[in-house]
Design a protein around this ligand. Structure first.
Ligand code: COI
Length: 355
């Protein structure tokens, strides 16, 4: 792909590379942009100064939310190499999201080339303090000016980059989760398996409610019976019950997380029994009461591995592992991040070096 590079004339002052980076507060000097039109297909690939974009007020995305995105990270190893983690998985999921939203699909190679080129250009922005990385946000949206409901004839694809620390203010300490039994996130046939902005817009009311009650995130139940656990607001979730790990299956309503898939691989590799199945919230709470709910943790690119210390379902509270990070949760965090930061061997070939 031919990528035009336009250098910024005003480089920003970089923030301190420490935990105060928070998540998604700072953006690098440049971004990647590319257009898609019915006539030309993908065109105008550029690395250009980060900044506001001009948008027609009638752009379809602003009215009917034809928008999809991805979340990835770049890591700098101690010997200065730049690594991505399983970028082909993001490329495939992005394509699946775009198919569902009737948006143009790009090849895996093109997606990875776009990501790698802008990460390479901005590599001085990859923070190096422990637990920090460069968050990569590729996204696409409908730009045709129209207020009729139909697939857009034009789209913009953009990648912005943000140096980040932990997603949750708790860092890698346990979070409190509110089990949401009123609002729903997804039902079969909908967009639950995609990464589209609309899914998150619809989730904010539940998140606000949970936060007002003192909880960090919500645990979604299935949209039909409100009976089975699905995922947490910004991550997939796994439970260790009686030695086995249980997580919801990806059968249409759950986001197929790259971290989720990697953790399932690691657990199986270590000999754990992993069940991808529907788990009733009543059975989960019963396991908590019976002392069999040994650990719970979320998995996600932004959240990494995030221990869950407490669940509140209809006012009943289950505290997990005395609100401490479980042994297995910690081992998964250490192994996954060890591979991602290039500190441990990568037996599965998950890392991708940007050169
Ligand atoms: C991610 O984990 O990359 C996400 O996209 C979750 C989120 C911050 C919405």
């Amino acid at each position: 792909m031919k990528i035009e590079v336009i250098e910024t004339s005003q480089k920003k002052t970089k923030p301190e590379w420490d935990q105060n980076l928070g998540f998604g507060k700072y953006f690098t000097d440049h971004m990647f942009t590319m257009d898609w039109t019915e006539k030309d297909g993908w065109c105008n690939a550029k690395i250009e100064p980060y900044g506001p974009m001009v948008l027609d007020p009638a752009s379809l995305v602003l009215h009917y939310a034809q928008e999809t995105f991805e979340g990835m990270k770049a890591y700098k190893t101690k010997d200065g190499r730049v690594l991505l983690f399983r970028p082909e998985m993001n490329a495939r999921r992005f394509a699946n999201s775009n198919r569902r939203l009737c948006m143009p699909v790009m090849s895996e190679e093109m997606f990875i080339e776009a990501v790698a080129s802008v990460v390479e250009h901005e590599k001085d922005w990859i923070p190096t303090a422990e637990g920090t990385s460069l968050y990569i946000r590729p996204f696409m949206f409908a730009t045709e000016a129209s207020v009729g409901v139909h697939p857009s004839s034009k789209y913009k694809f953009v990648i912005v980059l943000s140096p980040v620390a932990a997603y949750y203010p708790e860092g890698v300490s346990p979070v409190k989760i509110y089990v949401e039994d009123e609002y729903v996130r997804a039902t079969k046939g909908g967009t639950g398996f995609t990464k589209c902005g609309g899914n998150y817009a619809a989730s904010i009311a539940a998140q606000v409610k949970a936060q007002e009650l003192g909880y960090t995130q919500v645990l979604w139940l299935d949209g039909v019976e409100r009976k089975y656990v699905e995922e947490v607001g910004t991550m997939n979730v796994m439970f260790k019950i009686d030695g086995k790990i249980i997580t919801a299956p990806c059968d249409g309503t759950v986001l197929p997380g790259v971290t989720r898939d990697s953790i399932i691989h690691l657990l199986k590799h270590w000999g754990y029994e992993v069940e991808e199945r529907h788990l009733a919230i009543d059975d989960l709470m019963q396991a908590g009461r019976a002392g069999k709910l040994e650990e719970a943790f979320g998995t996600g690119t932004a959240a990494v591995i995030s221990p869950v210390g407490e669940l509140n379902y209809k006012g009943e509270i289950t505290v997990i592992n005395d609100f401490k990070t479980g042994e297995l949760t910690q081992k998964l965090y250490d192994t996954l991040t060890g591979i991602q930061w290039g500190d441990l061997d990568d037996p599965f070939g998950w890392t991708y070096e940007v050169k």
